[in-house]
Design a protein around this ligand. Structure first.
Ligand code: SF4
Length: 238
């Protein structure tokens, strides 16, 4: 069961190599650790990579036989080795990580707690700790249509939330993401809710919208940029 993985397709995969091996194969000091905790997703995007492949690496399926428990994820994390080799932790499963929103928040707090590494004592004998590893959630921003009681303030546990914008208007958004949640009323419209989620989330953490540049025209990207400006967040074109 692959809980942790890398995006670059290099082998060996993160799931079966220690961080020491990873450091040598990457040739750099710090790796991005992706966290895969669910297959579940409320959307059926026409461009979803899950329709094309079982994972990011040819020999590594990211489909989970079952959802790992929080305890199993913590144990797998602790088995990674030297935490100083991790530059960022990203919840970006083969499904939508916020389908397990409360577990994501619990794990984020846990990752923060165990990644403050003792750095010895200073001249005054005071124990120094490194900064906790930055944590990001990649999400479709529809968590409140799935879990209306989700506590937005709990997003303080992470450093960044990257929300898939996908389109500059509701009709196009519905066409490409095909959500199975929400409804026709404006307050239930998935596109409006995704924008509202980003607007509310930025009260508690850094938020960026992301779009895939390859599937949008230059004009569409510019309109997405205007949408992002209207919400008050940045736009990342992948
Ligand atoms: S939200 Fe992500 S995981 Fe879900 S269908 Fe769309 S691309 Fe796939």
């Amino acid at each position: 069961m692959t809980i942790f993985y890398r995006l670059d397709g290099a082998s060996p995969s993160f799931s079966d190599c220690s961080l020491d091996v990873l450091r040598k194969t990457q040739g750099v000091g710090r790796a991005v650790l992706y966290v895969n905790i669910t297959n579940s997703c409320p959307c059926d995007c026409i461009f979803c990579i899950r329709k094309l492949a079982d994972g990011m690496n040819p020999n590594e399926s990211l489909w989970l036989e079952r959802e790992p428990t929080v305890a199993e994820i913590k144990a797998a994390f602790e088995a990674r080795g030297d935490l100083r080799q991790i530059g960022e932790i990203v919840f970006c499963g083969y499904g939508e990580p916020m389908m397990r929103a409360n577990d994501v928040i619990e794990l984020a707090r846990y990752f923060k707690s165990v990644t403050s590494i003792p750095m010895g004592t200073n001249a005054n004998g005071v124990e120094r700790l490194s900064s906790p590893i930055p944590i990001r959630i990649n999400t479709n921003g529809l968590v409140r249509l799935v879990a209306p009681d989700f506590c937005m303030e709990s997003l303080r546990a992470v450093d960044c939330v990257s929300v898939s914008l996908n389109a500059d208007n509701a009709d196009e958004y519905m066409r490409v993401t095909r959500p199975r949640v929400g409804g026709a009323a404006r307050q239930q419209c998935p596109y409006e809710e995704m924008l509202a989620f980003a607007r509310d989330a930025k009260e508690y953490t850094r938020v960026v919208f992301s779009v895939v540049g390859e599937v949008l025209s230059r004009e569409q990207v510019e309109r997405c940029r205007e949408v992002a400006e209207g919400v008050g967040v940045g736009l990342r074109v992948r």
